[in-house]
Design a protein around this ligand. Structure first.
Ligand code: HEM
Length: 321
């Protein structure tokens, strides 16, 4: 065997035996650079660099009075809160197929005195527990001399625990025919005020119409662009609604890792209903939704990704003006 190759395999074996792959360091600006290397378009410097394909909608968030009594979140004392929504697909391709699995929902819930932005995905966990893993995940997908190093990508996917776990999770995730059949998750664990205590919790927006996924045969009958039309057809008849459930952490749940799956039974508290009733085209596509715009009574996660995540959104928003 060629010496360099032999060394690579010996080192790889040793690293996988030790259970760790040494990753490059990433901060917010280096992560933003990787997004631009992967999906930047000199012909379209103003495009949103991740979750590029998406459409906008309007509606309201109607708090659940029972939860309002239990938790000290003044925003939820309003009866109906105007809300802007953006439904998106992961990745920087403006023509991404709707058959892609990664879906996003970003909300601006704008009360009279306070506001709440939440930016969610259709998965309970993500693929990176810290900025180094996050940057590496995308860097591995950047072509060098026109080609992605598929061997290296496969090696990292196998040997970085977060990547492997996420790849397995995604294999089991179906493709939904409609945003009205998709659950969206906060992934991060936030802290919610109850009396004098701050309680760790995640949230999810569960569709009233239920979750649904497409069979192989159904998938074949669909083109690459069905989500927007399906949305328009549905809301012409009645609003699309979701229940926002607060999922309280159990004592043994890991609360400072976005890659931690919470298993078993959890107390789930309906905080309110999101009611989407108007298609709003591409009006919000150039906006940024900031996960750290939180109302009084909800405080920031303690995981190592959240601050960097917000910093990157700020950088890419600035860079695409
Ligand atoms: C370090 C962690 C993360 C980084 C660096 C990152 C990076 C980005 C960037 C650069 C954008 C485009 C922002 C813009 O210019 O408007 C974006 C959008 C988005 N991200 Fe992330 N992300 C991270 C984690 C997450 C997580 C954990 C979730 C889900 C909980 C998520 C969901 C989304 C969604 C849904 C959008 C589209 C928002 C929209 O519709 O405008 N991201 N992300």
């Amino acid at each position: 065997m060629h010496n360099m190759l032999k060394n690579f395999y010996l080192t790889s074996t040793l690293i996988s035996f030790l259970g760790a792959v040494e990753l490059e360091k990433y901060d917010a600006s280096k992560i933003a650079d990787v997004f631009y290397q992967l999906s930047g378009d000199t012909n379209n410097p103003h495009k949103k660099i991740n979750h590029t394909k998406g459409f906008c909608a309007l509606g309201e968030f109607i708090p659940n009075p029972k939860a309002t009594k239990r938790f000290d979140i003044p925003l939820l004392r309003e009866n109906s809160i105007p809300t802007q929504a953006r439904f998106s697909l992961g990745g920087g391709n403006p023509n991404e197929s709707d058959k892609s699995k990664a879906r996003g929902l970003a909300l601006k819930i704008q009360g009279a005195k306070d506001s709440f932005e939440t930016v969610m995905l259709n998965t309970e966990i993500n693929f990176a527990k810290d900025p180094d893993e996050f940057g590496t995940y995308f860097a591995l997908r950047v072509p060098k001399n026109g080609k992605v190093d598929t061997e290296k990508l496969a090696y990292y996917t196998e040997n970085v625990h977060s990547f492997k776990q996420h790849a397995e999770y995604m294999k089991n995730l179906g493709i939904t025919p409609s945003v009205a059949n998709t659950t969206y998750y906060s992934i991060h664990t936030f802290y919610v005020k109850e009396g004098e205590k701050w309680i760790p919790a995640r949230w999810k927006f569960v569709p009233t119409q239920g979750e649904k996924t497409l069979s192989e045969a159904e998938l074949k009958t669909l083109g690459e662009n069905f989500l927007e039309q399906d949305f328009k057809t549905k809301i012409a008849k009645k609003p699309i609604t979701y229940t926002m459930l607060l999922v309280l952490a159990n004592p043994n749940d890991i609360t400072d890792q976005t890659t931690a799956l919470w298993s078993g039974k959890h107390t789930e508290i309906p905080l309110g209903t999101l009611k989407i009733n108007t298609f709003d085209g591409t009006s919000c596509n150039q906006d940024v939704f900031m996960p750290n715009i939180l109302p009084q009574g909800i405080s920031e996660p303690k995981d190592p990704l959240f601050d960097v995540r917000n910093a990157v959104y700020g950088i890419t928003f600035g860079r695409r003006q």
